[in-house]
Design a protein around this ligand. Structure first.
Ligand code: FES
Length: 364
């Protein structure tokens, strides 16, 4: 395209009815804006990960990217205050005989400011040390008003046994202690709009889902997830967490990047209604899609049937049940043993120093 060429992108009367729209000049996508009757034209490709600026919105003089809300001045292409070093190309635009003309060549160039990568974006590499088990409790309860939770209690017991009998390092995260936003459906905008680390995590320093990502992706060899059954499904906090893990699974499908390798998952499911196998099936399917592996008998469960509306007895039943506590401990053991096997297979047996009752300790 010649420097002198302009492209007719349409009738001014029609184009003025939309604050932001995407037009093409040759093969270049342009975000065409109209504010107070004045047209502006900047590149339609966002500096971040290529979001379509022409499908965004106008906030004052700034085009807001529809993917993760970066902003660029609608006429100069310069980033919003504080981010001026990020700039997308701007194009001259004029109205002639009722037609909007955009100059083919840009009047400014693209510039990308260096952005420090989020800590979660570092390569996934297992640090030497004992087998690590992350427990995730997903039951909900009101802050300051604790109650006995069967799933929570069995998870705590499982972790305690893994530490004592398998010499594992354990960590317990209760979702109810974290403040994190629901997935906002970035994947529904476009596959590439769902990023790793999660777009929300990168945008919102107060969002605490990074604790889960850090634990599952970078720290743990095995993950034990405990959930109550709520109306035949896993807990609402479990579902909220699972939705936010979409970014891990999407790395498999859109970037062929396997964030989770050689890790193990097991589940503790308790409830007042029978639907254990459906809940277990969902959890197994989901964590399999994330890339985790399962030991034989990958979950333990307990449930009261429809005819036993006596949850106070359910609590006592679980508290007094040797079978459930032994089952939780055995599940943790199976996960630890499998995780140890995977670590041995990938890092070499020389990395292991036999220690603890079941030889779970790794070289520091
Ligand atoms: S803000 Fe535009 S692609 Fe992320």
């Amino acid at each position: 395209m010649s420097d002198e060429l302009w492209t007719d992108v349409g009738a001014a009367e029609d184009l003025a009815t939309r604050a932001v729209q995407e037009v093409t000049v040759g093969r270049t996508k342009i975000a065409l804006t109209c504010k107070d009757g004045v047209f502006g034209a900047i590149s339609g490709v966002c500096n971040h990960v290529g979001g379509p600026l022409g499908k965004g919105a106008l906030d004052g003089d700034y085009v807001v990217c529809p993917w993760h809300y970066w902003k660029f001045h609608c006429r100069t292409g310069v980033g919003e205050p504080g981010y001026e070093a990020d700039r997308v190309p701007a194009h001259d635009v004029k109205v002639d005989a009722g037609r909007v003309l955009v100059k083919n060549t840009a009047s400014s160039t693209r510039a990308k400011a260096p952005h420090t990568p989020h800590p979660l974006a570092r390569p996934v590499q297992r640090e030497a040390g004992p087998i690590r088990i992350l427990g995730i409790s997903t039951t909900s309860m009101t802050d300051g008003h604790p109650r006995y939770s069967t799933s929570d209690a069995l998870l705590e017991h499982a972790l305690k046994c893994a530490a004592a009998e398998d010499a594992c390092e354990t960590r317990l995260v209760r979702l109810r202690d974290l403040s994190f936003r629901a997935c906002e459906g970035f994947y529904s905008k476009a596959a590439r709009a769902c990023t790793w680390p999660c777009s929300i995590t990168q945008m919102d320093a107060d969002d605490q889902m990074d604790r889960i990502y850090e634990g599952v992706v970078h720290w743990a060899d095995a993950v034990l997830v405990a959930t109550p059954i709520r109306w035949g499904g896993a807990s609402s906090l479990y579902c909220k967490m699972a939705e936010r893990m979409n970014c891990i699974q999407n790395q498999e499908t859109i970037a062929n990047k396997h964030l989770l390798r050689n890790k193990v998952a097991g589940f503790i499911i308790t409830g007042g209604q029978d639907n254990v196998q459906a809940v277990a099936g969902q959890m197994l399917g989901f964590f399999a899609e994330l890339g985790l592996q399962f030991p034989q008998f990958p979950y333990i469960a307990h449930s009261r049937g429809w005819s036993a509306e006596d949850m106070e007895n359910n609590e006592r039943h679980v508290q007094e049940s040797t079978a459930l506590h032994d089952g939780a401990a055995a599940l943790a053991d199976r996960c630890a043993v499998m995780a140890r096997g995977l670590v041995e297979a990938t890092e070499g047996k020389s990395a292991l120093v036999r220690g603890g009752r079941k030889g779970m300790r790794l070289d520091a």
